[in-house]
Ligand binder design. Structure first.
Ligand code: PMP
Length: 373
């Protein structure tokens, strides 16, 4: 499926910084084993589907009206879920929700970034971050992660002091590396951010938070002490609800209140709110599934290392592995065998999402055939 030909834009008053740019997104190919965008491989169960369908039917009866603009019912349900998942209790007014954590993060940059301000992150990291910055007129700067993809706390604090960003974006677990940041690093960066004149919001992006290994705490535990911290989550991964587009964050009420100013009115449709609330009622069953994906992930890391490959430590539902002298050839070899992974990350590495046991087995078989490329 080739992308459609791009229309001619020469005579349009396009913002100069957008000239020649391609829209972000991985190829959407029709392949038997899709392990390229870190989705949950399990479709919603019949029980979840029935509950969502009933909730959406109920919402449909009121679709002549605009939805609940504050989505407080959903935000209360998300707060209850976070309390169970992480042991940290926040008020519904401390939770913000939007169409995917992509939109949550755009709201953050709209409120706290902007012309004359800078957002800072540590590469390699999620490739949408510079796009949020670009789209909000925020300058963009990156520090480097170490060879093992960790962030050196002292160097990070020096960079925060030097750049004086208004927003720091820290993905933990990070995409594409899968690595999580230790609480000491987060606390050090929060301390440095607190000293930035004019203020600095630290966003910990926990899109993959539920997949963290035992002993890796969530940054939610740091919220009570740090009013400039926002912890972002999504229903796209652990809940297997990527198609519904629901992301959220927890932060101080003051921070959330600022996001209410920049959101579009009625940004979360009644259908979206009903869908998310129905899925949240099934959190216990869905979290059990997360447990088996974690196990599958740990087995995959062990298998890759046993083959003599490198695999980054993963607290996520994917594994960065390599290194290959010609990673594109390996990517193509896997695709030829019906397995789509992602050609991303530092040179020589590839990223594979954790699938069902059958899908992961297909990946192992294909990689064994492609072998020592
Ligand atoms: N943050 C990270 C680190 C991600 O990898 C992703 C999805 N690839 C997102 C945020 C966005 O997810 P969504 O908009 O579906 O919530």
């Amino acid at each position: 499926t080739d992308a459609p030909a791009r229309p001619q834009r020469a005579t349009l008053p396009l913002r100069p910084e957008l000239a020649g740019l391609e829209p972000y997104g991985a190829p959407q190919l029709d392949v038997p084993v899709l392990l390229n965008v870190n989705e949950n491989p399990y479709a919603p169960s019949d029980e979840v589907v029935a509950d969502i369908a009933a909730a959406v039917a109920e919402a449909a009866r009121g679709l002549n009206r605009y939805p609940d603009r504050e989505a407080l019912g959903l935000r209360a349900d998300l707060a209850d879920y976070l309390a169970v998942e992480s042991g940290v209790r926040v008020a519904p007014e401390q939770v913000w929700a939007a169409n995917g954590s992509n939109e949550v993060m755009l709201h953050l940059l709209q409120a706290f970034g902007g012309p004359g301000r800078t957002a800072l992150s540590f590469a390699p990291t999620y490739s949408m971050y510079p796009e949020y910055a670009r789209d909000t007129g925020t300058a963009w700067q990156v520090g480097r992660r170490a060879e093992d993809f960790s962030v050196d706390a002292a160097a990070a604090c020096d960079l925060v002091a030097e750049v004086a960003p208004s927003v720091v974006l820290l993905a933990s677990p990070n995409n594409p590396t899968g690595t999580a940041l230790p609480p000491a690093t987060l606390e050090a960066v929060l301390g440095a951010a607190a000293d930035v004149p004019g203020g600095c919001v630290v966003v910990v992006d926990e899109a993959y938070g539920e997949f963290r290994r035992r002993g890796t705490p969530s940054a939610l535990a740091l919220l009570a002490e740090h009013p400039h911290l926002a912890v972002s989550r999504t229903m796209s991964k652990a809940f297997g609800l990527a198609g519904a587009r629901v992301g959220y964050l927890a932060a101080s009420t003051a921070l959330v209140d600022a996001l209410r100013v920049v959101r579009l009115p009625y940004h979360l449709s009644a259908v979206t709110q009903a869908t998310a609330r129905a899925a949240l009622r099934h959190a216990p069953a869905l979290m059990a599934q997360v447990g088996s994906l974690r196990q599958e992930r740990d087995d995959l890391v062990a298998w890759l290392r046993a083959r003599g490959l490198r695999a980054a430590d993963s607290d996520a539902n994917f594994v960065l592995f390599g290194t290959f002298p010609d990673r594109h050839a390996v990517w193509q070899g896997l695709l030829d065998r019906g397995v789509l992974v992602r050609e991303t990350g530092p040179e020589g590495w590839l990223r594979v999402s954790v699938g069902t046991p059958q899908e992961t087995a297909a990946f192992r078989a294909a990689l064994s055939e492609v072998g020592g490329l």
